[in-house]
Every structure is written in structure tokens, then in C-alpha cells.
Ligand binder design. Structure first.
Ligand code: AP5
Length: 219
């Protein structure tokens, strides 16, 4: 099963992808995490991506698509995967669709996690992430048991440099201009299911799991 989680910055894509990935036993493929990992390794890809990420802009499609297609060619994606943060433009969606069709596969469902803008700002300003395993925490809604340490692996928590107010506003602008057209794109393909992302983390996960059931809701 190939599943796409769509939503604005801070909508909870990473949080939900981790839950769904564990429940369905499918790998979690997060384009942002792959770029941040490349940056940590100081690779050419990472340094290139940095110049876009720090401004809140999208990394160009050809670079992003190549990185993702390479990642999903690994054997752990043979039975499918959960895409988080990809695709983000119609061009990326078309490239992914074509690559999957060539392998006799397809995107099975696209889950749109809908959250109001004011809530997104609150979520991103309070977010902390594990440097080792990328698990997200929030100072109010999901604090770690030990401040500054990841519950799962004990790694150090940090705040993303693109979670500043100014960059978040730019990321939201980019999302509305370049990513929201994907809602109609996947609606036309009869693959879009919308969930209410304002509810608590577990309640959102339940809506997603229900939408993924055979015959689950489609918009
Ligand atoms: P990326 O890393 O993908 O960031 P994003 O899409 O902006 O999304 P976020 O990771 O900020 O939010 P999320 O929806 O995953 O929320 P989370 O679960 O963490 O991209 C970063 C950059 O990389 C881009 O700007 C771009 O430059 C580049 N890039 C990446 N992909 C690209 C692509 N395809 N093409 C081109 N460029 C690309 O949750 C947020 C917070 O809320 C957390 O603290 C969490 O604990 C909390 N929370 C989650 N759910 C709930 C809930 N239900 N209730 C209360 N709190 C909640």
C-alpha cells in the first residue's frame, strides 16, 4: 500500500506517519527528514537543500524527485510506504505517479490532515524533535517524559531552525500556493480522504486508520 499524508507545515504529518508506519509495518518516507539527514552529513545534496529550507522555499522538483525515487527503490519499500511531505507540487505528484505506474504500482490513498492556520503556528513554535530518531514532541500537547530527551531513544531534543515565526509564515505561503493544488489533483483521482487534524493525536490516527480500511471514506 502506498499512502500520501498531505497537510500544511505543522498539521501533524510526521506525527501521524510514525504511528501509521508502525501500525501497518510500512516504512515512513519523509522528504524533509531526508534533506535534514543529508545536511547533517554535509553532503552536496544537503548543502544545496539548506539554501532553500532556511528561506522556507521548496527544493526544486528535479532534486527532490530524484532523492525520493532513489529512496523508494530500496527493498524495504517493495510492499509500499507512507509518504510524508512528498509530493508537494503537481510536478512531483506526476513524477511519482509515473514512476509507480512503471513498476505496476500506484498511490492507494491520500490523507489530507486539515488544521486551521492559527493552530499550525502554535504547534510549530512549541515543537521539539529528537536529533537521533526525529520523533516530534510539543511543549504543551506531547511533552517528553524527561525534558530535552527523547522518550523512545534517549536522543537530545532540538528546535528546527525553520520553525521561527518569519520562516513559518513563508512556509505557509508556499504551502497554499504550491501544495494545495494537490488536493484537487488527488480528489480528481478519487484518492483523497480528509481528516480533522485539530483533534488529539490518537483521535487523528484513528480517523486515518479508518480511512485506510478497504472501502474507507473518500472525499
Ligand atoms: P518538512 O520537514 O516536510 O516540513 P513541513 O511540511 O513544513 O512539515 P512539518 O515537519 O513542519 O510539520 P508536520 O506536519 O510533520 O507536523 P508534526 O507532526 O511535526 O519540510 C521542511 C523543508 O524541507 C521545506 O520547507 C522544504 O524546504 C524542504 N522540503 C521537504 N519536502 C520537500 C518537497 N517534497 N519538495 C520540495 N522541498 C521540500 O507536528 C508539529 C507539532 O505539532 C509537533 O510538536 C507535534 O507534537 C504537534 N502535534 C502533532 N499532531 C498534533 C495534534 N493532533 N494535536 C496537538 N499537537 C499535535
Amino acid at each position: 500500500m502506498n499512502i500520501v499524508l498531505l497537510g500544511a507545515p505543522g498539521a501533524g504529518k510526521g506525527t501521524q506517519a510514525a504511528i501509521v508506519s508502525q501500525r501497518l509495518g510500512l516504512p515512513h518516507i519523509a522528504s524533509g527528514d531526508l534533506f535534514r539527514q543529508a545536511l547533517e552529513e554535509k553532503s552536496e545534496l544537503g548543502l544545496l537543500a539548506k539554501s532553500y529550507m532556511e528561506k522556507g522555499a521548496l527544493v526544486p522538483d528535479e532534486i527532490t524527485v530524484q532523492m525520493i525515487l532513489q529512496r523508494i527503490s530500496a527493498s524495504d519499500c517493495d510492499s509500499g510506504c507512507i509518504f510524508d511531505g512528498f509530493p508537494r507540487t503537481v510536478g512531483q505528484a506526476e513524477a511519482l505517479g509515473k514512476a509507480l505506474t512503471d513498476q505496476g504500482k500506484a498511490i492507494d490513498k491520500v490523507i489530507y490532515i486539515k488544521v486551521a492556520e492559527g493552530e499550525l503556528l502554535k504547534r510549530l513554535s512549541g515543537r521539539w524533535l529528537c536529533r537521533k530518531c526525529q520523533t516530534p514532541y510539543h511543549t504543551v500537547s506531547s511533552p517528553p517524559r524527561v525534558p530535552g530527551k527523547c522518550d523512545k531513544c534517549g536522543g537530545d531534543l532540538y528546535q528546527r531552525p525553520d520553525d521561527t515565526e518569519e520562516t513559518v509564515k513563508e512556509r505557509l505561503k508556499v504551502y497554499f500556493a504550491q501544495t494545495t493544488p494537490l488536493l484537487d489533483y488527488y480528489r480528481r483521482e478519487n484518492k483523497l480522504a480528509e481528516v480533522n487534524g485539530k483533534l488529539g493525536i490518537e483521535a487523528v490516527a484513528e480517523q486515518i486508520i479508518n480511512a485506510l480500511e478497504p472501502g474507507g471514506r473518500i472525499e
